[in-house]
Design a protein around this ligand. Structure first.
Ligand code: USQ
Length: 435
């Protein structure tokens, strides 16, 4: 199958490209490399050293013996979107190219606006591009379990039957997102649902839970490794807890720590996305998959990480900082997830094994964590209109942990300014250890 992945340079986009290439699919990818720049903006970097795109593509060629076509550009640019779709004519598009951090979207008004404008514009451009250029292509759109919030009833997959004043209907389940980022995904979902209806597009909206992990079977070489964020803005709960244990700083389940979320291993997320691609939605169909493997409270995860850290000879501690978010710290949580198992989804990784694997890698790259240890504690606060000053005021906790001088950023496209119509081996620079 000919697949286009938007956001191919990202945490899940990159391993998805490897996963599909290894299974014989023809894969092209798009990225504007903005996550690399935004992680630098908050003073952090990936715990895993990420090669430049040119080196990544060369490693794919060498290790997998496959070609990954890459287009550097921005989905905010309509002519760029059109030219990529016209060149590639994909049968399926996996849309992952969105600002993905809830805390980043809550920094201040500018970050809130950038998140929503970029996420919604990119999705609308893709919806129109598919309609005009590849109307039979299947769109697999990355949404989030966080769209639903934490209602006091079970959460279905997208729709539920409602009876009100004697009449029944099948309606979209209410969305109650918890950040400007999560709301951008809600608005996207409405747009994709509407486009499927009016343009008769094939669409799968994936409500994905929190990802964890650093490896997939295709990552057999350090040059193929995916990024791994651990800072307060870009890192997510379980990944952060493991980084904190390696650093010897307290693990931080926020507030009471009884917030429950759906979680899924990176590797099993790849399996789920492939199953969605290989079993496409019908023309005009908008279907919703709740894509997670199991639900845990953040306390359960912190305790599990602490137990395994102790087995590894570390001395983890757990603290409960006040929750910087506005969210229920104790609540009912029972989302359904039946559609992917019906297509053949099976868990391939046990949580403890993945936690050990992450420890193994982070201990190898511990120096990179130490150099950025000052960006781990939470400062972005949902209750403040502007956390930017707090973020900027953060100082390295340990002067020896001062980050090495960061070279100038690679020339990146301003949003909407870099039409690229041909596959391009971007900036044949060295490894980008600052990404
Ligand atoms: N949390 C802690 N301590 C931490 C970090 C997080 O207790 O150090 C808590 C948060 O308060 C929250 C939960 O863990 O209750 C999840 O937070 P997270 O940062 O792991 O994930 P979240 O902000 O929800 O967003 C992440 C991804 C996002 C994706 C989403 C799936 O960044 O792209 O959409 O997970 S979900 O959470 O299901 O909406």
């Amino acid at each position: 199958m000919k697949v286009l992945i938007t956001g191919v340079d990202g945490y899940s986009g990159w391993p998805l490209a490897l996963h599909l290439l290894a299974r014989g699919h023809d894969v092209a990818g798009v990225d504007n490399l903005v996550t690399r720049r935004r992680v630098k903006e908050v003073g952090s970097w990936s715990a895993t050293p990420i090669p430049s795109v040119a080196r990544r593509l060369a490693a794919v060629r060498e290790v997998l013996g496959r070609e990954l076509r890459f287009y550097r550009g921005d989905l905010g640019n309509w002519s760029f979107v059109r030219s990529v779709l016209e060149t590639e004519r994909p049968e399926a598009i996996v849309h992952l190219a969105e600002q993905r951090s809830a805390p980043y979207s809550m920094i201040d008004v500018h970050h809130a606006v950038a998140t929503q404008v970029e996420n919604l514009t990119g999705t609308l451009h893709l919806l129109y591009g598919i309609k005009e250029i590849v109307p039979d292509a299947h769109l697999v759109k990355m949404g989030t379990m966080g769209e639903y919030g934490t209602p006091n009833v079970d959460i279905p997959e997208g729709y539920f039957e409602v009876e009100f004043r004697g009449r029944k209907d099948l309606l979209p389940f209410p969305r109650q997102a918890g950040s400007w980022y999560h709301w951008s995904k809600v608005f996207d979902s409405g747009d994709v649902m509407f486009a499927a209806k009016v343009f008769r597009l094939r669409a799968t909206d994936v409500m994905q839970g929190v990802l964890y992990g650093v490896r997939t079977p295709e990552i057999t070489d350090d040059r193929l490794v995916t990024r791994f964020d651990f800072d307060e803005t870009w890192g997510t709960a379980l990944n952060r807890f493991i980084a904190q244990a390696v650093l010897g700083v307290p693990l931080t389940p926020y507030g009471k720590g009884e917030q429950r979320r759906g979680f899924i291993a990176l590797e099993d997320s790849m399996q789920s996305l492939r199953l969605a691609l290989e079993n496409p939605a019908a023309p005009g169909e908008y279907r919703v998959f709740n894509q997670f493997d199991a639900a845990y409270s953040v306390n359960e995860l912190a305790e599990r990480v602490a137990r395994i850290a102790t087995e590894l000879g570390l001395r983890p501690t757990i603290e409960h900082p006040p929750d910087p978010r506005v969210e229920a710290e104790q609540h009912y949580y029972q989302p359904l997830h039946e559609r992917l198992p019906a297509l053949g989804y099976r868990r391939t990784r046990e949580l403890d094994d993945v936690i050990r694997e992450i420890f193994h890698d982070l201990l190898r790259w511990r120096r990179r964590l130490v150099a950025r240890r000052h960006v781990v504690a939470p400062t972005v606060n949902w209750r403040l209109p502007d956390s930017h000053g707090l973020l900027r005021a953060r100082q390295p906790a340990d002067p020896r942990g001062l980050p090495p001088s960061v070279p100038p950023e690679p020339a990146g496209p301003a949003p909407g300014t870099t039409p690229t119509s041909a596959p391009t081996a971007v900036s044949a620079g060295p490894t980008d250890p600052t990404a």
